[in-house]
Design a binder for this molecule. Structure first.
Ligand SMILES: Cc1ncc(COP(=O)(O)O)c(C=O)c1O
Length: 509
C-alpha cells in the first residue's frame, strides 16, 4: 500500500484577516510563516486547494493563486497524484540540529533558576546510545518477542486494551492483581491488589514518595553512593538541604551512621536487595536495625527493589516490605526484567497511604496508559513473565561471567578493576583515583561504548571514580569488541596522566 504523506494542519491559517487586502497574498504569507515557525516542514503535504478554500471561506482560485506563487518561489512542489508539498530542498536551509542545540544551551542563561536546573537535568539524563555497555537493552534473547506482540495485537484491537475513557488512577485491576500475586510469591511482599499503584516506572514512584512523605523541613536518608534518579528527585523537589547522605559499606546502608547524622529523618530511601550502584545486599542485621529505627521514629522506608529477580548465586533476598508492611513503601519496575520503554512499574503502599499516593499520582498523569497494562497483565497471568525471567537470568548469568573474565584480561589492573556483585544486570568498574570518570564516559561514547560515571552518584567531597557497565542484551562478540575499545580509552588515560606528570615535573625543575 502506498504511504500517505502527512497532511499538515496549519494553525496560523486561522489568522487570515479578510479586511487586510489581497487574500491570496495573505494565504501565501501564512504558508511561509508556518514553515518558518516549524508548524509544517519539508515534505509535508498541504491541504488540497478545495479543502483549504472551504475551511478559510475563500474562493478556490484564491488558494490556487497562493500555491502557484509559492511553487514559483520554490517554496512548494506539486506533483501529479501526490498533491502539493513543502519543498524538500528547504530541509537543507533549516538550522542544523547542532546549531539549534547550541542556541538552546545559550538560552539557559536567561531562564528562571528552576528552569535552568531542570534543563541541566535533561542533559544529565540523556539516554545512552544502545550499544554495550548500556543497561537494560532488550535485544535478541532478552526481548519478550512474539508472545508480547501477539498479546498486544489481540488486546489493543478489542477488549480491555482498546481505546476507552479515563480509567482507575491506581491502574488496571487485572494488572494490580497480577502484580500482587507475583510479588507475594517471588519477593515475600505482603499486600493486597488494593495497595498496588501502577506507576510509569520506579522513577515516578520515587517522585511520588518525595511528594507524599516529606514535608518542607523534613530530612530523608539517602545512600551514599546512590542512584542519581533518587538524589535528583530530592534536589529538585525542594529537599536538597534535607537530604542526608548515609554511607554504605559491605552490609549496605550504615544505619548507626544514619541515626547519628539525622535521628529524626522522615524517610530512608534504600536499595536493600542490590545496593545501587555497588551491588551489595543489605545484611539481615542492618535490615532489622533500619526497621527498628523506622518504627521508633514513625519514619518510612522507601524500598527500591529494581532488579532483585536477577540473583545468580543463591536465592533472591526477600523484600524489606515483607518484614514490616506498615512502614515500607515498596517500588518495583518492569524496566529491568522486561524493557525500559514499557514505562511500567508499581508502588505498594501501606493501606493508610494509598489514597495519598493516588491523589499525588492523579496530579501527575491521571493514570498509566491503558493498553500496555492489559498486555502486561495477560503476559503475567499466562505465566510468560516467570518463563521470561528464567530465560533472561540464564542469559545474564553467562554474560556476566564472560564480561568479568574479559575485563580482567584486557584492563590495565593498576587503572581499573571490577566490583562484580552477585546479581543484577550491571557491574561497577572502579578506576584509579585521579581518573576523571566523566571524561572517560565522553571518550568511550566517541569510541561507540556506553558507560555511566559513578562519581556523580556520591555526595560532593566523597566521590570515587568508576563506571557502571550493563551486560544485558549484547552478545559475547559485541561485548568483547566494546571491552577492547574501553580498555583502549582507559589506557590512553594512563598515557595522558604520564605526560601530565612529566610536564609538571619539568615545570618544577
Ligand atoms: C536503582 C534504580 N532505581 C530505579 C531505576 C529506574 O527504573 P524505572 O525505569 O522503572 O524508572 C533504575 C534504572 O536504572 C535504577 O537503576
Amino acid at each position: 500500500m502506498a504511504r500517505t504523506a502527512r497532511v499538515a494542519d496549519i494553525p496560523s491559517f486561522g489568522a487570515i484577516d479578510r479586511m487586510a487586502g489581497n487574500l491570496s497574498r495573505q494565504v501565501a504569507q501564512a504558508v511561509r510563516d508556518a514553515v518558518r515557525k516549524g508548524d509544517i516542514g519539508p515534505g509535508d503535504a498541504l491541504p488540497s486547494t478545495r479543502l483549504l478554500a472551504a475551511s478559510l471561506r475563500v474562493s478556490r482560485g484564491t488558494v490556487l493563486e497562493a500555491y502557484e506563487q509559492l511553487i514559483a518561489e520554490g517554496f512548494l512542489e506539486a506533483k501529479r497524484g501526490v498533491g502539493t508539498r513543502v519543498a524538500q530542498a528547504l530541509a537543507l536551509e533549516r538550522a542544523p540540529s547542532e546549531t539549534r542545540a547550541r542556541r538552546r544551551r545559550s538560552a539557559v542563561a536567561d531562564l528562571p533558576e528552576n528552569a535552568a536546573a531542570f534543563a541541566a537535568l535533561a542533559r544529565e539524563f540523556t539516554p545512552l546510545a544502545q550499544v554495550p555497555f548500556a543497561i537494560s537493552v532488550p535485544v535478541g534473547l532478552t526481548a519478550p518477542a512474539d508472545v508480547w506482540r501477539r498479546l498486544g495485537n489481540r488486546l489493543r484491537a478489542k477488549g480491555p486494551g482498546a481505546p476507552a475513557g479515563y480509567a482507575d488512577p491506581l491502574g488496571a485491576r487485572s494488572l494490580r492483581e497480577a502484580i500482587a500475586g507475583y510479588v507475594r510469591k517471588s519477593r515475600s511482599v505482603r499486600c493486597e491488589p488494593e495497595q498496588v499503584i501502577v506507576t510509569s516506572g520506579t522513577q515516578q514512584g520515587l517522585f511520588l514518595a518525595s511528594q507524599v512523605l516529606l514535608g518542607l523541613r523534613d530530612q530523608a536518608w539517602v545512600e551514599n553512593p546512590a542512584y542519581r534518579g533518587v538524589t535528583a528527585v530530592l534536589e529538585h523537589t525542594g529537599h536538597r538541604d534535607g537530604m542526608v547522605r548515609v554511607p554504605v559499606d559491605a552490609e549496605g546502608i550504615d544505619v548507626e551512621a544514619g541515626i547519628r547524622l539525622a535521628p529524626y529523618a522522615r524517610a530512608a530511601f534504600v536499595t536493600p536487595s542490590h545496593q545501587y550502584p555497588l551491588g551489595v545486599p543489605m545484611s539481615m542485621a542492618r535490615r532489622s536495625a533500619l526497621l527498628t529505627w523506622a518504627r521508633a521514629q514513625r519514619a518510612w522506608v522507601v524500598e527500591d527493589d529494581y532488579d532483585s529477580e536477577l540473583r545468580y548465586e543463591g536465592y533472591p533476598f526477600p523484600s524489606l516490605q515483607g518484614l514490616d508492611p506498615d512502614r515500607v513503601i515498596y517500588l518495583g519496575t518492569f524496566s529491568k526484567i522486561l524493557f525500559p520503554s514499557l514505562r511500567l512499574g508499581y508502588l505498594i503502599a501501606p493501606d493508610d497511604l494509598v489514597d495519598a499516593f493516588c491523589g499525588a499520582r492523579v496530579l501527575m498523569d491521571r493514570h498509566p496508559p491503558n493498553a500496555d497494562q492489559h498486555v502486561l497483565a495477560a503476559f503475567m497471568a499466562e505465566g510468560h513473565l516467570e518463563r521470561h525471567i528464567r530465560k533472561v537470568r540464564n542469559v545474564y548469568s553467562e554474560q556476566r561471567t564472560h564480561l568479568i573474565a574479559t575485563l580482567g584480561a584486557l584492563l590495565p589492573k593498576d587503572l581499573a578493576w571490577v566490583e562484580p556483585g552477585d546479581q543484577g544486570m550491571h557491574l561497577v568498574l572502579w578506576l584509579a583515583s585521579g581518573i576523571d570518570d566523566r571524561a572517560i564516559v565522553e571518550r568511550a561514547a566517541k569510541a561507540g561504548v556506553s558507560v555511566r560515571a559513578v562519581s556523580p552518584m556520591f555526595s560532593p567531597g566523597s566521590e570515587r571514580p568508576g563506571l557502571v557497565l550493563g551486560f544485558g542484551g549484547f552478545d559475547s562478540a559485541q561485548m568483547l569488541a566494546a571491552a577492547q575499545r574501553l580498555a583502549g580509552v582507559i589506557s590512553d588515560e594512563r598515557k595522558a596522566r604520564h605526560k601530565q606528570r612529566k610536564q609538571s615535573r619539568k615545570s618544577r625543575d
